[in-house]
Design a protein around this ligand. Structure first.
Ligand code: SF4
Ligand code: SF4
Length: 203
C-alpha cells in the first residue's frame, strides 16, 4: 500500500466525504464526486458561491474520507489550493468529461461559476478492518507530514504481560520493554488502562 494506491482506491469508491471547519469552528461535511485523480494529487470541482469554497479559501484545511466494500478506511488530511487561473478551464474540462452528470447540474457556460481545487500535500491514513490482524499505515502525499498516533510502551515497563492479555488484536510483543506493533494496533487504549506501571503512553 502507498499514497498512490490510496488515491486509486478513492477513485473506485467514487463519492467521498469532505470535511472542513466553518467560521464558528463547527464541523461541515459534504459528499463530493466531481473529482479527478492524478498519481500524486486529486483535483475537485465546487462552485465559488458555496460555503465550502469560502472555507477552503480561508486556510485550505480539508479532510477527505472514504470506505471501501472491503472494509478499508482511507482518510486524507491535507491542504486544498485553488489551481492557477490559467489552468482552471483545463482541469474543469477534465472533471466534466469524467463525470458526465455535471453537465446537467452546470449546463453550457454555467460551469464558469465553478472553481477547481487541488490537494497535493497531505497525510493519508489507511486502516483495513477486513483482515486479521487489522492493518494500518500512514503515507505522505507531496509534502504532507505524517503524525504519530496511537500508543507506545516506555522503559517503565516491568514485563508483567497484562497489556498483551487484554489487547484485542494480540499485537503486543514480549520483551523488555514489551512492544506494540503499530501496524496492527486499533488505538483502543486497553493496554494503557490495564498497565500497572503506567508504562503505556499515548502518542
Ligand atoms: S502491562 Fe505495562 S508493565 Fe506490563 S508488560 Fe505491558 S507495558 Fe509492560
Ligand atoms: S491500543 Fe488496543 S490494539 Fe493497540 S496495542 Fe493497546 S490494546 Fe492492543
Amino acid at each position: 500500500m502507498d499514497a498512490e494506491t490510496c488515491l486509486k482506491k478513492f477513485g473506485y469508491i467514487g463519492v467521498l466525504a469532505f470535511a472542513t471547519v466553518d467560521e464558528r469552528g463547527g464541523p461541515q461535511i459534504r459528499n463530493i464526486s466531481a473529482i479527478h485523480y492524478e498519481a500524486d494529487a486529486m483535483y475537485f470541482f465546487t462552485a465559488r458561491g458555496k460555503d465550502f469554497c469560502r472555507q477552503l479559501e480561508k486556510n485550505g484545511k480539508v479532510q477527505v474520507l472514504g470506505y471501501t466494500r472491503y472494509k478499508e478506511m482511507i482518510r486524507l488530511s491535507g491542504k486544498a489550493v485553488a489551481v492557477p487561473q490559467g489552468e482552471q478551464k483545463k482541469w474543469m474540462d477534465v472533471i466534466f468529461e469524467e463525470q458526465p452528470y455535471l453537465a446537467n447540474v452546470y449546463p453550457g457556460d454555467t460551469r464558469g461559476i465553478g472553481i477547481v481545487f487541488a490537494i497535493r500535500d497531505a497525510e493519508i491514513e489507511y486502516f483495513n478492518l477486513g483482515v486479521s490482524p487489522i492493518f494500518r499505515e500512514s503515507y505522505s502525499l507531496g509534502k504532507g507530514k505524517i503524525s504519530e498516533k496511537g500508543y507506545r510502551i516506555t522503559g517503565s515497563c516491568i514485563g508483567c504481560g497484562a497489556c498483551a492479555g487484554v489487547c484485542p488484536q494480540r499485537c503486543i510483543e514480549q520483551g523488555m520493554p514489551y512492544r506494540i506493533q503499530p501496524q496492527h494496533c486499533l488505538h483502543c487504549g486497553s493496554c494503557a488502562e490495564h498497565c500497572p506501571a503506567d508504562a503505556v503512553v499515548r502518542l
